[in-house]
Ligand binder design. Structure first.
Ligand code: HEM
Length: 471
């Protein structure tokens, strides 16, 4: 079946109002929308995963919507058949390409590395101990402490070196602090990538200029490129002077000889942006839940004590900590909404015909919220992942990292960083939420970051000398 163009006919009106006709006889319901723009306005709050979840309650696990010119089939997981996995794994050959938003396409190209996070965790713990010594009665903003440390780790993996306190960027004629560099490389691109460009939904109108949007994207892209170019050239110079750089940049310079400098820079930057915010979001939500639930926090502390005794927690596999990781990704999926995917050839999903030329949306957030699959899915209960049906060492017990050949390239690294940081935070401190924080569960936009940073009270535990070095 060919791509569907939007012409108002009685049939399209029927499609808009009622359902998508299926040749197998299994009717797919269509969410009613407006002529021409379809359901775009219903998604303007930029939390499509939540809207999709609500629609799934009414229209079932697979239904269709119209986003301007495109027909999109929205899927979520089911208890007996995994529709999302069917789309991402079994039918991969028919649905391979991701449809990245226009801004994201300009910002990215296509990768990954790994390294030790000991220094990073020590630095986080050091800041918390200083806070506890100087301001014990003041709440701590964990995000503020962790963000530049996690950013520093991804920079080290990318370039073999973190930025010192500031960086002079010749192309921008200015010196930037680490905080400003974090905003340029991570926050600004995320903000612009989730801005909606209506041309994503009306490809036949892509010649129409959208000046303000384009200028915003160009400005963000130019700043990313100039900062990355400065960092890249610094490391290239080190390498040319014979220094051994065990980082992604070294690997790319020796292996990626047919790539241009711009392509190399974009590949390196992708690891920085994909790895920083997602991991930070997961750690903050886990600490929020643990601070709110002393019962779970004690359970984890006892597990760490039992295994590590008087030594610092350092990546030992702990079943309960692993369950906390999976439950946090289930309930607070840091990337709740996967980019749309193109359907290249006619295929079937869950027994329904899906025509070539349409698109599918996989609601990662909606998958683990299935009441049939999880008892009380709205509740954060790590013990559900202690069940034998889950692999304690697994990475893909939920759909949070996607699935199949295009799944997250940094899943193992994300789990290692998450477990090391959360394990050490609980080993050294007792956490509780600042009064009034319990109900502050609003999220930001596409990454599910907690809208307001968690504010928590911390009390050093008896064994905190492990980090401070005090006997
Ligand atoms: C808790 C943390 C993380 C979560 C929840 C997460 C989630 C995801 C998801 C949902 C995708 C899309 C997968 C799909 O379409 O099937 C993805 C892709 C990707 N992630 Fe992650 N991610 C995390 C951490 C990381 C880290 C630490 C890195 C690297 C340092 C990373 C690198 C990537 C890359 C390179 C891709 C693109 C893969 C492709 O399109 O082929 N991620 N991630």
């Amino acid at each position: 079946m060919s791509r569907k163009y939007f012409i108002i006919t009685p049939r399209t009106i029927r499609e808009l109002i009622f359902s998508y006709p299926s040749e197998t006889g299994r009717e797919l319901r269509m969410v009613p929308g407006l002529p021409l723009i379809g359901n775009l306005l219903q998604l303007k709050d930029k939390k499509p995963h939540r809207t999709f979840g609500r629609w799934a309650e009414e229209y079932g696990p697979i239904y269709s919507i119209r986003l301007g010119h495109s027909t999109v089939f929205v899927l979520k997981d089911l208890n007996d058949t995994s529709l999302a996995k069917e789309a991402m794994v079994t039918k991969f050959s028919s649905i391979t390409t991701k449809k990245f938003p226009r801004a994201w396409k300009i910002l990215t190209a296509k990768s990954m590395v790994a390294s030790s996070q000991d220094t990073m965790t020590d630095n986080i713990l050091r800041s918390l101990h200083t806070h506890a010594m100087e301001n014990l009665l003041e709440p701590v903003n964990l995000r503020e402490i962790c963000k530049l440390e996690i950013f520093g780790l991804t920079l080290k993996q990318a370039f073999g070196k973190d930025i010192q306190s500031s960086l002079y960027v010749k192309g921008l004629g200015k010196t930037f602090t680490r905080d400003e560099i974090f905003n340029i490389l991570v926050i600004d691109p995320i903000v612009v990538a989730i801005d909606m460009d209506w041309r994503d939904f009306f490809p036949y109108l892509s010649w129409v200029p959208n000046k303000s949007f384009e200028m915003k994207v160009q400005h963000v892209t130019m700043r990313v490129q100039e900062v990355m170019k400065t960092l890249f050239q610094e490391q290239k110079k080190r390498i040319s002077m014979g220094e051994e750089v065990t980082a992604f940049v070294g690997l790319l310079l020796s292996e990626g000889t047919n790539l241009t400098e711009t392509q190399l820079i974009k590949l390196i930057w992708e690891t920085i942006i994909a790895g920083t915010d997602t991991t930070l979001v997961a750690i903050e939500w886990a600490m929020y839940e643990l601070a709110k639930n002393p019962k779970y926090q004690d359970h984890l502390y006892r597990e760490i004590q039992k295994v590590c005794g008087n030594s610092k927690y350092a990546e030992e596999p702990l079943a309960y900590l692993s369950a906390i990781f999976h439950e946090t990704l289930r309930k607070h999926s840091p990337a709740p909404f996967d980019p749309l995917r193109y359907v290249h050839e006619d295929t079937q999903l869950g027994g329904h015909d899906i025509p070539a030329g349409s698109e599918i949306a996989i609601n990662i957030y909606g998958c683990p919220m299935d009441k049939e699959q999880y008892d009380l899915p709205e509740e954060w209960r790590p013990e559900r992942f202690l069940d034998d049906k889950y692999d304690p060492a697994g990475l893909f017990n939920t759909m949070a990292f996607g699935s199949g050949k295009r799944a997250c390239a940094g899943a193992l690294q994300a789990k290692t960083i998450f477990c090391t940081v959360v394990g050490r935070l609980i080993q050294d401190f007792e956490w509780s939420l600042k009064e009034g924080e319990e109900d502050d569960v609003n999220t930001g936009t596409l990454t599910s970051q907690k809208h307001n940073p968690m504010l928590a009270m911390i009390t050093p535990r008896d064994n905190s000398h492990l980090s401070t070095g005090l006997a």
